[in-house]
Design a protein around this ligand. Structure first.
Ligand code: TYD
Ligand code: MG
Length: 428
């Protein structure tokens, strides 16, 4: 009898190796290999041949007109904005985020709105009892919404339950609690998560149900274990924020049906998540007296400008001009907002220089510009939109690169290089 080879599956990336090793050879994560039972050989793994036996599939040309899928607006515009304009029937979506960030709350609210609009919605919780979910809905004032709830963890049971009458949307909270009896292994292992998701995604495609999978995220920010899941679904959303702050941001990391640059902004209140259509006001701390070490940066999120505040703190052993070499430097964006826009360079520099020199940036100023390695300050994209929003919110001054157009209604100070910015802050 052939010896069955041991099988170790990386819980981060899903790659398989036949001996245990401390580090995954594929994704380089440490201590992620776990021995799992062999997967049931599927027909797909069998040798293919050209002898026929399959069905002939229809081939179409690229220019064949295809109707765009009709989207279901959730009735929560900030949610629809993040996913590209509404839920696409038959699509599979993964909503990732830290435990306790508000994924269940968000999806319960979305489910309730859709149900209230007359769509058939099923919400399956593998983490809480149906009664717990119901009580939360009542607390959120959504007790009257005709969402159908169940507590279940068996994918077979779930698909049997909804199979005869496929709902418009099926929420699975969370995918880590599900198990498929097609393979062995405990729920939460990468093989189980993948097999369960595979079955659910297939159901979505075959029956036109939008399937939403909730996924917990690990400390390093990847969707726990199943990075493999990200490839299987059409849309990956990340629900972010800091538990100590009220604000939550819904961000598309991948979207086969839309862009990934729009964000949805929410605030966690006692009555659930409320929408924040004008996030700028939210990320700015109270701006009165100028404080050294802060600057305001007008960011762009998709089509929308969002103003954020950069905060810098430097701790020095001795005052020594502007050398950061002996300083401990802390940098933060207020309100749990996360920035990756290179146009924030100048605002970061301004906050740092201000913290170091203890001379404030004027509180009525916004700062934008990209800094080249040479210290030259470069123009940024969407400057007009950023400046317009700044003026609308009552800012009076903009510090920006030379050569930028726009900024009506603002006093403009233009800088060619970092030296000029430092001179401005130091009043030289
Ligand atoms: P939850 O949706 O259960 O998070 P997740 O599903 O991502 O784990 O939300 C958990 C937190 O949200 C919980 O700590 C309490 C808070 N919360 C509110 O502040 N207000 C509310 O109305 C609700 C339902 C939850
Ligand atoms: Mg939850």
């Amino acid at each position: 009898m052939a010896k069955v080879k041991a099988r170790y599956v990386c819980q981060a990336c899903g790659s398989v190796s036949h001996r245990w090793q401390g580090q995954c050879a594929d994704c380089a994560e440490w201590n992620t290999l776990v021995q799992e039972a062999a997967e049931v050989t599927s027909i797909f793994a069998a040798k293919h041949n050209l002898q026929g036996g399959g069905r002939v599939v229809q081939l179409i040309g690229l220019n064949t007109p295809a109707a765009l899928p009709e989207r279901l607006p959730s009735g929560i515009p900030e949610f629809d904005r993040a996913i590209g304009g509404g839920i696409v029937p038959g699509s599979a979506m993964l909503v990732g985020g830290d435990p306790g960030i508000g994924k269940s709350t968000l999806l319960l609210q979305v489910a309730a709105r859709l149900a209230q609009a007359g769509h058939q919605i099923v919400y399956v919780s593998g983490e809480e009892s149906a009664e717990q979910v119901r009580l939360r809905a009542v607390r959120l004032g959504l007790g009257g919404a005709p969402v159908r709830l169940a507590a279940a963890t068996s994918v077979r049971d779930i698909l049997t339950t909804v199979g005869d009458d496929a709902p418009a949307m099926l929420v699975i909270d969370s995918i880590q609690t599900m198990h498929s009896d097609l393979i062995e292994g405990a729920p939460g292992t990468v093989s189980q998560v993948r097999a369960s998701a595979q079955e659910l995604v297939r159901f979505a495609k075959e029956r036109g149900t939008a399937v939403v999978l909730v996924g917990h995220v690990t400390k390093d920010g990847t969707i726990a274990g199943p990075r493999v899941l990200e490839h299987m679904v059409d849309t990956v959303l990340s629900f972010e924020g800091e538990r100590s702050h009220q604000y939550r941001i819904l961000r598309a990391m991948k979207n086969r049906f839309g862009g990934t640059d729009e964000i949805g902004v929410f605030a966690m209140e006692t009555e659930g998540l409320t929408e924040v259509p004008n996030p700028s006001a939210l990320f700015l701390t109270h701006r009165g007296e100028p404080v050294s070490g802060t600057s305001v940066f007008p960011a762009i999120e998709g089509s929308r400008p969002v103003l954020g505040e950069i905060q810098a703190l430097t701790v020095r052993e001795a005052r020594c001009g502007l050398s950061f070499a002996t300083a401990e430097v802390y940098l933060n964006v207020a309100g749990g907002y996360r920035l990756s826009d290179p146009a924030a360079d100048l605002a970061v520099a301004a906050a740092l220089v201000s913290a170091m020199s203890e001379r404030p940036v004027p509180s009525e100023a916004v700062v934008l510009g990209e800094i080249a390695l040479s210290g030259e300050i470069r123009p940024v994209a969407h400057a007009g939109l950023r400046l317009k929003e700044s003026a609308k919110l009552g800012f009076e001054t903009a510090w920006l690169p030379k050569g930028v157009k726009g900024g009506e209604g603002l006093r403009l100070a233009k800088f060619a290089n970092l030296r000029e910015l430092v001179d401005q802050i130091l009043g030289r």
